[in-house]
Design a protein around this ligand. Structure first.
Ligand code: NAG
Ligand code: NAG
Ligand code: NAG
Length: 432
């Protein structure tokens, strides 16, 4: 018996060494589905998430959508016990996160091979260098309508670039601006393709029915807002969400902050954690992160003309607006209307297995928050400011790449619809 155990132990350690891979950091991690029946259940869940520092994959919607929470071995028993004590039913959703991530990697590489290299960056999960190469190529190939702007370096020194797209070189101030950025949260890989595809559709493949979008609107598109976190999610931790800044006066062990809690709007008040290792740590001051500062700079530079701002995230099929404390902007009727138009346009092209989009105030639909990009845009005066949560198809952050084209196409449809309907409002405002 002793001998057998020894052999087994040796075999296991060999196995562990030979199968060592970048997803081992998630070995022993499980994901649990949680039935949230009402607001009380949701609140209990949020308390646990905060006190046990659990990673929420999906917040759930009471009675409609289950929540998903990832937990490591050391906190799992306590978490499940507390759920049981609160009479919240739960089930095992993923029994081994590291294995799921390995399988996803294989799926991606099979899928790439099946495409035989004939894929555009917007049809894939392009790395930082590929995104920049795409932006540079578009800018040099279409100099009449495209200007490449370098915001400046990220914390780790990667230049953060965006494109300005305009038939009038941004000089016609009677045109509204549509500003979008993607990938504030590093693990949300499917967001950058949508931003790149929007560029593609506006510049490389403008269709006659979309001509008005290019002629009547100026566009600012920043496809990769948090390149440090994004690259880190490729090389080290697939489920990394935060930036990668290092501030030893705050923490010598944990890097980065939640960029979407770092904006200067009710900063560090709701839906945040003071633990610098938490996924919702907002930073010690607003705009502690250069990356969020670059988005602020675009918003403030063009605030008079930005009609629509969309911060693209994944996942969950939501279109959310301010404010994160449940208070509503004065023009909430119109904000809701434009969001609903966008959601309906996306849903019109959705796959049968996809959820319908849900549109509403972010705090009422999901949870209270502070310091979000969406709230900051609304606060500084953008009439229509949203968080867009793309579909996850039940796979959360590791959406199968076969869905990229679908998500690009349907989301572009929604972006186009929201641009047109908000243009009507802009004309009304401009003529006043
Ligand atoms: C859980 O359910 C039991 C039995 O129905 C009840 O006695 C208890 O008060 C409930 N606990 C909570 C936190 O609701
Ligand atoms: C657009 O305007 C900028 C100045 O704001 C100028 O530097 C640039 O050359 C112009 N581009 C075109 C294509 O006219
Ligand atoms: C945040 O906003 C407040 C109020 O407008 C302002 O006084 C403060 O300087 C801002 N802080 C930062 C870091 O932008």
């Amino acid at each position: 018996m002793v001998v057998n155990t020894l052999i087994l132990a040796t075999a296991c350690s060999i196995l562990a060494v030979t199968s060592a891979g970048k997803h081992d950091v998630y070995s022993g991690y499980t994901v649990h589905g949680i039935k949230v029946n009402d607001r009380n259940d949701q609140e209990l869940l949020f308390k646990l998430v905060d006190s046990l520092n659990i990673d929420i994959w999906d917040h759930g919607v009471p009675a409609l959508r289950d929540a998903l929470a990832m937990v490591g071995t050391e906190r799992k028993d306590e978490f499940l016990k507390q759920l049981d004590l609160g009479n919240i039913s739960h089930y095992l959703h993923l029994e081994d996160v590291s294995r799921t991530l390995k399988e996803h990697d294989l799926e991606v590489s099979y899928w790439r091979r099946s495409k035989r290299g004939r894929i555009h960056p917007f049809e894939d999960f392009p790395r930082y260098a590929e995104v920049n190469a795409y932006l540079e190529r578009i800018a040099s190939q279409y100099p009449d309508i495209v200007t490449l702007v370098n915001s400046g370096p990220s914390f780790e020194g990667r230049d953060i670039k965006y494109l300005k797209i305009s038939t009038t070189n941004f000089t016609d101030v009677s045109k509204p601006i549509y500003f979008m950025n993607a990938m504030l949260h590093a693990r949300e890989w499917v967001t950058t393709p949508v931003a790149l595809y929007s560029i593609h559709r506006l510049v490389e493949e403008i269709r006659s029915q979309d001509r008005d979008l290019l002629d009547n609107i100026d566009w600012i598109i920043m496809p990769l807002a948090n390149p440090d976190g994004y690259e880190y999610s490729h090389t080290h931790e697939r489920l990394w969400r935060r930036t990668r800044s290092f501030n030893p006066s705050v923490s010598t062990t944990c890097y980065g902050v939640d960029a979407n809690r770092n904006f200067n709007v009710s900063h560090n008040t709701l839906g945040v954690s003071s633990d610098p290792c938490s996924n919702v740590y907002p930073g010690h001051v607003p705009f502690s992160e250069v990356e969020t500062g670059y988005i602020r700079d675009v918003l403030l530079e063009y605030v008079e003309r930005i009609q629509l701002y969309v911060d693209i995230h994944s996942h969950g099929n939501y279109i959310l607006f301010g404010y994160g404390d449940t208070s509503l902007p004065l023009n909430v009727l119109h904000v809701h209307y434009v969001g609903a138009v966008m959601g309906a346009a996306i849903d019109a092209l959705k796959l049968p297995e996809a959820r319908y989009y849900m549109v509403g105030n972010s705090a009422l639909v999901l949870y209270v928050s502070s310091g979000s990009a969406q709230d900051y845009g609304q606060l500084v005066g953008v009439p229509f400011s949203y968080t867009l949560e793309l579909p996850g198809y039940g796979q959360a952050f590791t959406v199968h790449p076969r869905y990229i084209d679908q998500i690009n196409e349907e989301t572009w449809h929604g972006i186009a619809a929201s641009a047109r309907v908000s243009l009507i409002h802009y004309k009304a405002r401009f003529n006043n």
